[in-house]
Ligand binder design. Structure first.
Ligand code: NAD
Length: 519
């Protein structure tokens, strides 16, 4: 629980009938498509605005503006580009509370968690400030007499980013700071469920001195996504979202000849060995299972308890759940001014889906230890709240085990051994994150080697790599071979040219020779 010192009124509250526009040519761009989608404040259940859903004309305008922006931006010197990225970092750091309030008002996560996502995104901006070092080429002198070979890394052009609802600021920031620093122009298609963070970021880029057209926000749904996937003027796609859509994006963008990275869903297991510190495990399971109401791709959703620890661990988790405060995540709106630990889910539809998974688990034989179905918050009866839920003895054949729930539902599966647990993790369809809790270094080392997952925590429940490593899972959690940010990010957003060069010196010229060039 975090004490909050100031009152922030979510801006969307004041603008009930507003249609959230695109950002094209460095300014808000009202939509004439006639299509919109409602945007909710999930804590109150009220529609606070509508968001524009782009049509073909608007998709065309966004891409054309980005093409023009690219022509200007790619001609900027490295020093000038670096100054703009630095200015963006300074503005973001100074004004991040504004962005956090916007995130909370449309996503529902508590304000301190919204600040956390901004800080993790800001890390990537800070990495991007050092981009000149990361886009340097290489030089080999005198590979053959008088001949040098060197490489340069050039921007791709217009790049598309398609992001999910659960991190409306951080996920776009996994990509755009690097893409922009490297000289590209970005078209961001944010989630239609929480579209305002992207507009705020666009205005900040403008203030930082980015030329118009280099950062575009295209609001919309499938039509906007397909417009980006199919446009010959968009060179690459960076996608984060659910696995079925990630696979669709990967296949469609590839078919249109684009470079594509597509990060999908997850089902992250926490393996608890009998020698682990159960208080640390219980704290970590609760933090990683219920933080952001479980709407994190790195949330822990399954605890694999190697017996005999399950009974003790469940009792400890239950104690902690009883103390969690669930409510409106906007600071200052709670009567006592104390921020709750957990906010609502994103929509009423999503809440029903989460609830159905608990029904399925129960029908399949799981024991519902703590039941969050039907949970309500006083004064927020229309909000999309779902209480923290703890399931025990979840059958591994149940869809509640094999599929992603994306809500505050923690499933305990009791296993007899490390090997049984490992087999369960490795046989799943996802491979995003996992964690092992143990005091046995040998077991942890064996786990990091044997588990088929992209990001591993050792006594760390949410192992999101820092900006100078890279983020990405295995199997159906990542389509393509490029992870987000880190060195992968710079490789993805540049293409290399190799130049073989000889400056003619008449003395070294060998005359006519039609043979294949040799050393
Ligand atoms: P989603 O797949 O529904 O939507 C993601 C984006 O795709 C949105 O911009 C949406 O407008 C667009 N989209 C949705 N349906 C589409 C369709 N039929 N055709 C084209 N585009 C479409 O995902 P979501 O519900 O916004 O986000 C939650 C999901 O994202 C979870 O599965 C979560 O695990 C995943 N996620 C993964 C990571 C990761 O790093 N692997 C990170 C965050 C979220």
């Amino acid at each position: 629980m975090t004490t909050v010192e100031t009152t922030v009124v979510p801006p969307a509250e004041a603008t009930a009938v507003r249609v959230i526009p695109h950002w094209i040519d460095g300014a808000e761009y009202p939509s004439a498509s006639g299509r919109t989608a409602p945007v909710f404040n999930p804590a109150t259940g009220q529609v606070t605005a509508h968001v524009a859903l782009a049509d073909q004309v608007e998709i065309g305008a966004a891409i054309a503006s980005a093409r023009a922006g690219f022509q200007i931006w790619s001609g900027f010197s490295i020093a000038k580009r670096q100054a703009v990225v630095f200015a963006f970092r300074e503005l973001l750091n100074a004004r991040k509370r504004e962005l956090a309030a916007i995130i909370t008002s449309e996503h529902g996560k508590v304000l301190s968690d919204a600040m956390g996502e901004i800080l993790r995104g800001q890390e990537v901006v800070e990495l991007a400030c050092g981009f000149p070092h990361l886009i340097k080429g290489a030089y080999s002198e005198n590979v053959s007499t008088g001949i040098d070979v060197y490489s340069t890394k050039q921007p791709l052009g217009v790049v598309g980013i398609i992001s999910p609802f659960n991190f409306p600021a951080m996920v776009p920031m996994w990509f755009f700071p690097i893409a922009i620093a490297a000289g590209n122009a970005v078209v961001l298609k944010p989630s239609e469920k929480d579209p305002s963070a992207a507009l705020w970021l666009a205005a900040l880029w403008k203030e930082a001195g980015l030329p118009d057209g280099v950062f575009t926000v295209l609001q919309g749904d499938k039509a906007a996504v397909d417009g980006l996937l199919e446009s010959p003027d968009v060179e690459s796609i960076s996608f984060v979202g659910s696995t079925p859509i990630a696979q669709y994006i990967y296949e469609t963008a590839s078919r249109h000849g684009k470079r594509v990275q597509a990060l999908g869903g997850a089902k992250n297991h926490m393996l608890v060995l009998p020698d682990a510190d159960l208080d640390l495990v219980a704290d970590s399971a609760v933090n990683a299972g219920y933080g952001a109401a479980g709407e994190r791709c790195m949330a822990i959703s399954v605890v694999l308890a190697v017996e005999p620890v399950a009974d003790d661990l469940i009792a400890k988790i239950q104690d902690r759940i009883a103390k969690l405060r669930i409510g409106n995540g906007a600071a200052g709106l709670e009567p006592d001014g104390i921020e709750p630990d957990m906010g609502p889910l994103i929509t009423g539809i999503h809440r029903s889906k989460v609830s159905e998974y608990v029904d399925i688990a129960e029908a399949d034989g799981a024991q519902v230890v703590v039941d969050g179905r039907g949970f309500q918050v006083d004064g927020h009866e229309d909000g999309f709240f779902f209480g923290p839920t703890l399931l025990d003895k979840v059958p591994t054949t149940s869809r509640a085990y094999t599929e992603e729930i994306f809500g505050p539902v923690l499933s305990v599966v009791r296993v007899a051994s490390y090997d049984e647990a490992l087999e369960l993790i490795n046989s799943g369809q996802f491979g995003n994150g996992t964690a092992i809790f143990t005091n046995d270094g040998g077991a942890a080392r064996r786990f990091q080697n044997e588990v088929h997952v992209g990001m591993i925590g050792i006594n760390v429940p949410i192992p999101v790599p820092v900006a100078y490593h890279s983020f990405g899972g295995w199997k159906k959690s990542l389509f393509g071979d490029a992870k987000a940010y880190g060195v992968h990010g710079f490789d993805f957003f540049t293409r290399e040219k190799a130049i073989t060069s000889r400056w003619l010196d008449p003395a070294s010229h060998g005359g006519i020779n039609l043979g294949f060039p040799q050393n």
